[in-house]
Design a protein around this ligand. Structure first.
Ligand code: HEM
Length: 349
C-alpha cells in the first residue's frame, strides 16, 4: 500500500483508541437559515464542548467525531464537496437488503466512562436545540475482550501504525479535503436464538475466525466465503484496502434487543460500499454473507468527517474549499470496478 501521500495531522480523532463506551447519535437538520446557523456554531465549536466535559476527568478520554451527510454538506458549503461524498445507496441482494436511512449529522462520542458520553450528549443536544431532530441514538458498550454479541472478537484486522492514516484519512487525491475521512454506519439487530442453533464450528465458518482464540481460518471448499473474506477488498495487484472499524455491541435484553453498531472510517468511500455490496449480494452473486441470516440492518447512512480546520471554518459562514468538484455518481462501487478493484483475495490452498 502506498505510503507516499502526505496526510495533514490535524484530523478529527477518527483514530481515538477503542473505548469502553460510545454513543452513536444521528440527527437531521431542520430547514431554514436559523437551523443552519445553529448547526454551524455547534459543529465548528465541538472541540470546546469536548474540553468542557472531558476536562472533568482527563483519564476518561472523551472524544467526539463529527460527520456531515451530503445534503447538509451542500447547504453548509454549496458547490464544494469532497470528491466521493454522496448518500448511502441501498443495496439489495436476493435475500437481504441494506437500507438507506436519513441522517445529516453523526456524532461518534467515545469515552472510558458512560457518564462522560451521556453528559456530552446532553449538552450537545441542548446547544443544538430545535435546529435538529434525533433520528437514532445508540449507546454501545465494550463486551469482554472486544467481542460482538455473536461472541467473536471484533476489530482484530484494523490497520495500525502508519497503515491507519493511510487507510482512514484522505490525502493528496482530494487536497481541499485532505485529513478528512468518510464514515458509514449501519445498525444491525441479531437473532441470537437462531445463531445459538449453529455449532461453534459452523459459526466459525461464517465469521472466518475461531471463536475462543480468534485465529484466522482459511475458507472451506466451494463458493461460500466467510465474512472476513467478503469484507476484504484487493485490487488486481493484490493491494488490500483496509478500513478502520469501531463496532460496538448494544442491546436491551428485557426487550429482546441485541445488536452490533457497525461504524467504518475510510479514506475511500467506495471501499466500504464494495464491502457492503459483497456482503449483501455475495461473491459470486447469491453466496451472500451468512452473518446476515442472523443480522438485520435497520439503518445505513454515509457522512464526511472534515479535518479540524475545515470543520472550524464551517462556523465562518463562508465557503471552505477553493475548488469546485464535479458531481459524483451515487454508484460508487462502479468506481472501484472501473479501476479493476474489488477482486476477491486469493483463497488459501
Ligand atoms: C471482520 C463482525 C459487519 C467489515 C470482522 C470480524 C468479526 C466481524 C467478528 C473478524 C475479526 C476482525 O477482524 O475484526 C461483524 C459483525 C457485523 C459486521 C457482527 C455486523 C453484523 C461488517 C460490515 C463491514 C465489515 C457492514 C463493512 C462494511 C469487516 C472487515 C473485517 C471484518 C473489513 C476484516 C477483514 C479482514 O480480515 O481483513 N467482522 N462485522 N463488517 N469486518 Fe465485520
Amino acid at each position: 500500500m502506498s505510503q507516499g501521500d502526505r496526510v495533514p495531522i490535524d484530523a478529527q480523532q477518527v483514530d481515538a483508541p477503542l473505548s469502553r463506551f460510545a454513543i452513536f447519535l444521528v440527527v437531521t437538520a431542520r430547514a431554514g437559515d436559523d437551523a443552519l446557523d445553529t448547526v454551524r456554531d455547534v459543529v465548528s465549536g465541538i472541540d470546546d464542548l469536548v474540553k468542557t466535559v472531558g476536562f472533568r476527568d482527563l483519564g476518561g478520554k472523551l472524544s467526539c467525531v463529527v460527520g456531515i451527510g451530503r445534503a447538509l454538506w451542500d447547504r453548509l458549503s454549496p458547490g464544494r464537496r469532497p470528491i466521493e461524498l454522496h448518500a448511502f445507496p441501498p443495496v439489495r441482494g436476493d435475500v437481504h437488503t441494506a437500507p438507506s436511512t436519513p441522517g445529516d449529522l453523526l456524532f461518534h462520542i467515545r469515552a472510558e466512562r458512560q457518564d462522560l458520553c451521556f453528559e456530552f450528549e446532553r449538552l450537545l443536544l441542548d446547544s443544538l436545540g430545535d435546529a435538529v431532530a434525533v433520528v437514532d441514538e445508540t449507546h454501545g458498550f465494550r463486551y469482554f475482550d472486544a467481542r460482538d454479541l455473536l461472541g467473536f472478537v471484533d476489530g482484530t484486522a484494523n490497520p495500525i501504525g502508519a497503515d491507519l492514516p493511510e487507510a482512514s484519512l484522505i490525502g493528496d487525491e482530494d487536497p481541499d479535503f485532505a485529513g478528512g475521512s468518510y464514515v458509514v454506519v449501519q445498525k444491525y439487530l441479531h437473532d441470537l436464538d437462531a445463531w445459538a442453533k449453529l455449532t461453534t464450528e459452523e459459526q466459525e465458518a461464517v465469521i472466518g475466525r475461531t471463536k475462543a482464540d480468534n485465529v484466522e481460518l482459511d475458507d472451506g471448499p466451494g463458493p461460500q466465503f466467510a465474512h472476513k473474506t467478503l469484507a476484504t477488498i484487493t485490487d488486481a495487484d493484490g493491494t488490500e484496502f483496509d478500513i478502520l472499524r469501531d463496532n460496538m455491541p448494544f442491546g436491551r435484553p428485557g426487550q429482546g434487543e441485541f445488536g452490533t453498531y457497525f461504524i467504518g472510517y475510510s479514506r475511500r468511500l467506495w471501499v466500504i460500499q464494495l464491502m457492503i455490496k459483497r456482503m449483501f449480494v455475495g461473491d459470486p452473486p447469491g453466496y451472500y454473507d451468512r452473518i446476515l441470516d442472523v443480522s438485520h440492518a435497520v439503518t445505513g447512512t454515509t457522512f464526511f468527517v472534515p479535518s479540524n480546520p475545515v470543520l472550524q471554518a464551517l462556523g465562518d459562514d463562508e465557503v471552505v474549499a477553493a475548488t469546485e468538484h464535479p458531481d459524483v455518481s451515487p454508484d460508487a462501487p462502479a468506481v472501484g470496478a472501473s479501476l479493476g478493484i474489488g477482486s476477491l483475495r486469493d483463497r488459501a490452498p
